[in-house]
Design a binder for this molecule. Structure first.
Ligand SMILES: NC(=O)c1ccc[n+]([C@@H]2O[C@H](COP(=O)([O-])OP(=O)(O)OC[C@H]3O[C@@H](n4cnc5c(N)ncnc54)[C@H](O)[C@@H]3O)[C@@H](O)[C@H]2O)c1
Length: 307
């Protein structure tokens, strides 16, 4: 949007953010009196210029498998800054996405970004989430397992409230997270995730037989398998109660299988998802990366589909 500013012929270009705030993007001083200046409107900008000013600007925290898939599929958003504890990883994504790679988190978070997408690790969420929010950026968290710690969850919830920003948790590697939220209105009595994974996906010896590795609550399972059961924590957060988890290793499966057993006053449901592992990281399902892309796409969409 172009906005006349006083009568001195100074124009200030403003960019409107989703939260209704305006940010100054650039200034332009013109010697013509303002009343002689032709009316300038967004439609006078070229498509390219318009896109540049209206696109969501993403800062990518974690430049591994999911980061690469996000970078390859960008379209409705621009990746402007990237950060990884391994600088080479960040540089790799910066090349693909025309972003700036940062070696220091402080410089990364000071860059021109609207929202940070974390695709790194539980440790990264614990270390950086508070800073992201206090610097008034929205935050997408992939390593949802970090929120299994109730104290940390409350801490970042309060940080989000204080800064007026939002934390988004994508549906990740499952279907059905949306309607699990009814559990906060009408209690869900049965909430079980049965995950069956290949030894490679779990990073264990391939010669093992099929066996049950864990049976218990999501917030305990994530401590033992921090890279493999993020979705069980997302299920708990959605439903408002701790999910039960069975984690199986099975050398005969070449896909990660997620089965959800859910029951309550609404009725019952069973969902079975056979996830294609991501080519570069068998622990991560391709669906998880796609779910971040659809979340980012939805942020700018005036019509919200699903709960
Ligand atoms: N919510 C879900 O359904 C879901 C599904 C799949 C993966 N995940 C999680 O998403 C995260 C990313 O997955 P991925 O497959 O891209 O992993 P990956 O191992 O391929 O990439 C992670 C990248 O983050 C970097 N990193 C790790 N810790 C960091 C830190 N403290 N600071 C900066 N950089 C750091 C690593 O160097 C690496 O480049 C993982 O935590 C994974 O468990 C969640």
């Amino acid at each position: 949007m172009l906005q006349p500013f006083g009568t001195t012929g100074v124009f200030v270009m403003l960019r409107r953010f989703r939260h209704g705030n305006y940010h100054t993007c650039c200034t332009r001083i013109d010697i013509m009196p303002v009343w002689e200046y032709p009316p300038l409107r967004a439609q006078h900008l070229t498509n390219d210029t318009h896109n540049l000013f209206s696109m969501l600007r993403i800062g990518l925290l974690g430049c591994g498998n999911i980061g690469h898939i996000i970078a390859q599929h960008r379209g409705s958003f621009a990746i402007t800054a990237v950060y990884d504890k391994v600088f080479e990883q960040a540089k790799g994504i910066a090349t693909v996405s025309n972003a700036e790679a940062y070696e220091e988190f402080e410089n990364f978070i000071s860059a021109d970004i609207d929202i940070v997408v974390e695709a790194a690790s539980i440790g990264a969420v614990k270390r950086f989430a508070g800073d992201v929010l206090s610097r008034k950026k929205d935050l997408v968290i992939m390593s949802v397992g970090a929120l299994a710690d109730p104290e940390f969850l409350e801490e970042i919830r309060m940080a989000a409230v204080k800064s007026g920003r939002k934390i988004y948790l994508p549906s990740g590697a499952i279907f059905g997270l949306d309607n699990l939220k009814i559990g906060r209105i009408s209690p869900i009595d049965k909430l079980l995730l049965r995950a069956t994974k290949s030894p490679q996906s779990l990073g264990i010896d391939a010669k093992t037989d099929r066996k049950l590795l864990f049976c218990g609550k999501a917030n305990e399972c994530i401590k033992a398998f921090p890279k493999n059961v993020n979705i069980s924590v997302a299920m708990s957060l959605a439903a408002g109660r701790d999910a039960d988890v069975e984690l199986w290793v099975d050398p005969t499966v070449d896909r990660n299988v997620h089965e959800l057993f859910i029951g309550g006053a609404f009725g019952e449901t069973y969902i079975r998802i056979t996830n294609v592992p991501s080519p570069d990281n068998p622990a991560t399902s391709y669906l998880a990366a796609l779910s971040v892309l659809s979340l980012l796409d939805d942020l700018e969409n005036p019509i919200a589909v699903g709960t």
